[in-house]
Design a protein around this ligand. Structure first.
Ligand code: NAP
Length: 316
């Protein structure tokens, strides 16, 4: 049996793993995809303190290596079910089953889809949610980026390294992105904006060749059709990966996990960290912070249950 099982290997999960393993708790991190989670899909991270600029995949790898250095095990498995009540937490994966005294949920969030007809059908055939993965396919071509937040603007800037032209399609006439990113985009000759517009439909044959845009002000639709291939990159926020936790821990109305400041959920011995939590700021740095807090409180919980809590820690 493990002391602490962490579900999810993004910045929150990997930091929790580092803290848990470094305090000599037998630690397992279960990750279904790539170490680093969402940051592995981010081109460049420039706001992680102490690191000037780093590729997202590299940052994820470094975090994973650091957790492993202190003894955390990281395995690839897809968690399918779990029993979280009781002192022994049981996690059932696709590959194996696992038990622990405490669990930290750090499954993050996944890209929100537009919901337009054709979007699912053309995913990977013109529609993308990851510029690191797909921007290179659009060398000297035209790309449409949907969204107005930090992700959309940052990824649009990255895509200009490949595409000849990048249009940012935003449903309002003002960006939500930070001023620094906005300035970079406004000053980039390759970027133009299509304001007050949403994507109504995506069409094509084998790959995307047409998109119907809807003007949110006038209500008019227009078609963008091209013989040349073009890409549609969607960055309109994220939805929490909490489906499998419904009925197991308390969720908010919008399906995030409810925690207190100590990352405790409503179930004793079950903690949550990172983008999966209800909170307002979702950055790598506070995901990592959540992970540290969750791991320290998971240790405290185990020590309390086992009756060997260090006196000084009791009053918190
Ligand atoms: P976000 O801040 O929630 O922005 C989502 C954008 O998509 C908004 O502009 C929103 O429009 C638009 N949108 C939402 N639903 C839509 C729909 N159905 N159709 C069309 N447009 C839609 O999400 P994000 O940009 O992914 O950022 C998430 C978090 O990560 C934020 O806290 C952000 O600061 C952080 N982040 C930071 C960095 C960085 O600092 N370098 C980089 C990436 C992400 P409205 O504006 O009209 O609501």
């Amino acid at each position: 049996m493990y002391d602490i099982i962490i579900i999810g290997g993004g910045p929150a999960g990997l930091t929790a793993g580092l803290y848990a393993a470094r305090s000599k708790k037998k630690t397992l991190i279960i990750e279904k995809g790539i170490e680093g989670g969402q940051i592995a899909e981010t081109t460049q991270v420039e706001n992680y303190p102490g690191i000037d600029s780093i590729d997202g995949v590299e940052l994820g790898k470094r975090m994973a290596d650091q957790a492993k250095k202190f003894g955390a095990e990281i395995i690839m498995d897809q968690v399918e079910d779990m029993e979280l009540d009781g002192e022994v937490k049981k996690i059932k994966g696709y590959v194996d089953s696992y038990e622990a005294k405490a669990v930290i949920i750090a499954t993050g969030a996944s890209p929100r889809e537009i919901g337009a007809p054709g979007e699912k059908e053309y995913k990977g055939r013109g529609v993308s949610y990851c510029s690191t993965c797909d921007a290179a396919f659009y060398e000297d071509e035209t790309v449409y980026v949907v969204g107005g937040g930090d992700s959309a603007v940052q990824e649009a800037l990255f895509i200009t390294n490949f595409a000849k032209k990048v249009y940012i399609i935003h449903r309002r006439d003002e960006l939500r992105a930070s001023k620094v990113l906005q300035e970079q985009a406004f000053n980039n000759d390759k970027i133009d904006f299509i304001w007050n517009t949403t994507v109504k439909e995506i069409k094509g044959d084998k790959i995307v060749d047409e998109m119907i845009l809807h003007d949110t002000k006038t209500g008019e639709d227009r078609s963008i059709k091209s013989d040349e291939p073009f890409g549609i990159f969607v960055f309109i926020g994220y939805i929490p990966s909490t489906e499998m936790f419904e009925g197991k821990v308390e969720l908010t109305e919008d399906k995030y996990i409810k925690t207190d400041d100590e990352m405790r959920t409503n179930v004793p011995g079950v903690f949550a960290a990172g983008d999966i939590r209800k909170k307002t700021v979702r950055q790598v740095v506070n995901a990592a912070g959540d992970g540290a807090v969750a791991a320290m409180n998971a240790q405290k919980y185990i020590d309390e249950v086992e009756g060997n809590l260090y006196e000084g820690f009791k009053e918190n």
